[in-house]
Ligand binder design. Sequence first.
Ligand code: 5GP
Length: 193
Amino acid sequence: MISGPSGSGKGTVCQGLFKELANLQLSISATSRKPRGAEQHGVDYYFLTQEQFELMIAGNKLLEWADVYGNYYGTPQQPVVDAVNLGVDVILEIDVQGALQVKSKYADSVLIFLIPPSRAELARRLKNRGTDSSGDVEHRLQWAEREIKEIRKYDYLVINDDLVDAVQRVCAIITAERCRPRLFDIDLFLQNY
Ligand code: 5GP
């Protein structure tokens, strides 16, 4: 899971990972918020009505879900299970509430927090993004303060001062995590070794 305040560069960093590493899949979240700009259904998000989202909750179709800025966001479970069964690592770009839900279900999942180098830089990036109204920017900054308080619960903290550098550090984390013996079936591995 990769979390961090809006404007931390999560989306851009995640795109960068796919140029560097194989065997990786990005989870497409469902949300009840309206599409922004050129966002496409099934590519950026599955854009659902509130009622459709609530049906997914009731049907246990979500690995996790949360209310973020007054909208529902959640991770469809089946694509994650299918990918993991094929040995593919799944990247979830989700908020802190959702990430902690997944960690409590899957202790071997990995939490990465991405953050701009300062509060001033976070505010600057959010304002420059130009996709949100000034009220939204203020709301997202307040939300960021709540998220930042949870950093200690994360496995890794990556400061996004330089995009190339941040991508490299997240790649290094994924590569290191892939070498943990707990991720192998060690008995099977040693039998065939
Ligand atoms: P945005 O509206 O800017 O695309 O996303 C707002 C926030 O929702 C971001 O912090 C993002 O990480 C979070 N988010 C996106 N998808 C999910 C999801 O599936 N689950 C949860 N819990 N949060 C999500």
